[in-house]
Design a protein around this ligand. Structure first.
Ligand code: CUA
Length: 180
C-alpha cells in the first residue's frame, strides 16, 4: 500500500482536462495538410470576392417569375426582340425559348454595345450560351434569367441551347451580329 501513496498526493494529475491536453497529438504531416487546406479555403474566398466584385463575374440569378402561359399575351414577352435603351450604346433583348428555337433567332447590334439578355422558356428547360462571352444561363419555364455582355469586336456570335430539351435540341441556336 505504501507505494500507492505518492499518487494520492498529486490529485491534479487526475483532472480529465489536463489529460486531454496531454493526449492530443497531431502528426506534423497532418498539421501541414490542415494548414494547406485552410490556406486553399482562404485563397478561394479571396478569388471569388475578386471575381465577383472587381471583375464582375457573377452567377446568373433568378431575376423574377413569369407565368409561362402568359408569354404570348403579356408584355414584354409577347414582343420578344431587341430594345434600344441608349442608341449605339445600350440594348436589351427579350428572348423566348421554346422547343426548338429561340425568338428572336437573329439579333443585330452596333459595335461597342452593352447588351442585356433577358430570357425565359415557354415549355421545358433550355439553356442559352453565347460564344465568346460570359453569357451562359439556364432558361427555365416560370423563371426569368438575365446576363449582360459588352461587344467591342464586330463579328458573328452564335448562341446555342446547351440543355437537352428533346429531339430538336441540336438545331436550337441563333446568331448575334455585331456591326461596325
Ligand atoms: Cu432547347 Cu436544348
Amino acid at each position: 500500500m505504501s507505494d500507492q501513496a505518492p499518487k494520492s498526493d498529486e490529485p491534479l494529475d487526475d483532472d480529465p482536462q489536463d489529460d486531454a491536453k496531454q493526449h492530443i497529438h497531431i502528426d506534423p504531416y497532418e498539421k501541414n495538410w490542415i494548414r494547406i487546406s485552410i490556406g486553399f479555403l482562404v485563397f478561394f474566398v479571396i478569388m471569388i470576392t475578386i471575381a465577383g466584385l472587381a471583375l464582375g463575374i457573377q452567377v446568373p440569378t433568378d431575376e423574377g417569375r413569369v407565368d409561362p402561359n402568359t408569354l404570348d399575351t403579356a408584355l414584354p414577352w409577347s414582343e420578344p426582340g431587341l430594345r434600344e435603351i441608349v442608341p449605339g450604346e445600350e440594348y436589351e433583348v427579350y428572348i423566348v425559348a421554346r422547343r426548338f428555337s429561340f425568338d428572336p433567332r437573329e439579333i443585330t447590334v452596333p459595335v461597342g454595345s452593352k447588351v442585356t439578355f433577358w430570357a425565359t422558356s415557354a415549355d421545358v428547360q433550355h439553356g442559352f450560351a453565347l460564344d465568346g462571352t460570359n453569357v451562359n444561363m439556364m432558361v427555365i419555364p416560370g423563371q426569368v434569367s438575365r446576363l449582360a455582355a459588352t461587344f467591342d469586336e464586330p463579328g458573328e456570335y452564335n448562341f446555342i441551347c446547351h440543355e437537352y430539351c428533346g429531339l430538336g435540341h441540336a438545331v436550337m441556336y441563333g446568331t448575334l451580329t455585331v456591326e461596325k
